[in-house]
Write a protein that binds this ligand. Structure first.
Ligand code: HEM
Length: 287
């Protein structure tokens, strides 16, 4: 049964300012703007996402969802996790595996490129899964509600900019178990609001949500740096003149020359020694 169908029958979906879903949205409003304005997300909004950008993003998303979904699974009966546990509707790991296989082939796992910020994000998820499962709601909200909101637009942009056929390498953006993202988001907010938290815990969850956005921003920035480095190297290589290439090849030879030079000078010295010895010998002989 699809979760968004259940909503019309049984669940409270009206929210108030004191609800967690409203507080979390307000608390992360500024971070959302900052996330939208990262170079990577701006490239998306301009419709200029490259294949390299998308492939690298998929690698990082894989690591993040692997940690997030393992921790949600492990804590699925925890009282602060159970209400927002929707593996059938939301889980992204299998979709990401499909997309990675599409772009990298069967041995995609060996080709994953993941910047340090992604590892830090995954590490944080595992840490809170162990120590504070109630914070997982902040991370699940940040990723899944984002995927069901702006993420849907990002999917269409990816398809258009990369000229992909429907569904080809785009499984990440597709939620077959959610027929109406808006209805589902309402259900999800209602479930978030049903979680019982002390005042202190609620404050910490709000802080964790800001941290979740921050971790995402750091991943986007790291990915962009990685891309700039590889693009710069590529550009430098592409824009070299033939004479620069010859000079580079020569300097590469020079690098191995010192040892050759050393051995030839030794040879010279030996030859000189033999000549001197011969000359002296001949001199002695002449006398
Ligand atoms: C190009 C970048 C992005 C665009 C254009 C975008 C756009 C949007 C839009 C239009 C909404 C719906 C707002 C509403 O219903 O009131 C939304 C919601 C949301 N976005 Fe984004 N977004 C972007 C990036 C991100 C990122 C990077 C994250 C987090 C990693 C994120 C997380 C969220 C969340 C959690 C919500 C749900 C807010 C709520 O209803 O409580 N978004 N986004």
């Amino acid at each position: 049964m699809e979760a968004d169908k259940k909503i019309t029958q049984t669940e409270k979906t009206q929210t108030t300012d004191c609800d967690l879903s409203e507080q979390i949205k307000a608390a992360t409003k500024e971070s959302h703007v900052r996330a939208e304005n990262t170079q990577l997300m701006l490239a998306y909004q301009r419709g200029q996402v490259s294949l390299q950008q998308y492939k690298l993003l998929l690698c990082s998303l894989y690591k993040v969802y692997e940690a997030l979904e393992e921790e949600l699974d492990r804590n699925c009966s925890h009282e602060a996790v159970a209400p927002i546990y929707f593996p059938q509707e939301l889980a992204r790991l299998e979709s990401l595996k499909k997309d990675l296989e599409h772009f990298y082939g069967q041995n995609w796992k060996e080709q994953l490129v993941v910047p340090a910020a992604t590892l830090r994000y995954a590490q944080r998820l595992r840490e809170i899964g162990r120590k504070h499962p109630e914070y997982l709601v902040a991370h699940a909200y940040t990723r899944y509600l984002g995927d069901l909101s702006g993420g849907q637009v990002l999917g269409r942009i990816t398809q258009k900019s990369l000229g992909l056929k429907t569904g080809e390498g785009l499984a990440f953006f597709s939620f077959p178990g959610v027929s109406s993202p808006n209805l589902f988001k309402q259900l999800y907010r209602g479930r978030m609001n049903s979680i019982e938290l002390t005042k202190e815990q609620r404050e910490e969850v709000l802080q964790e949500a800001t941290r979740a956005f921050e971790l995402n921003i750091e991943v986007f920035d790291d990915l962009q740096n990685l891309l700039s480095i590889s693009e710069n190297n590529e550009l430098r290589q592409r824009h070299k003149t033939p004479s620069q290439k010859i000079a580079e090849a020569k300097s590469a030879q020079t690098l191995v020359m010192p040892s050759t030079l050393a051995s030839s000078s030794q040879l010279l010295r030996m030859l000189l020694g033999v000549c001197v010895a011969l000359a002296v010998g001949m001199g002695v002989y002449a006398f």
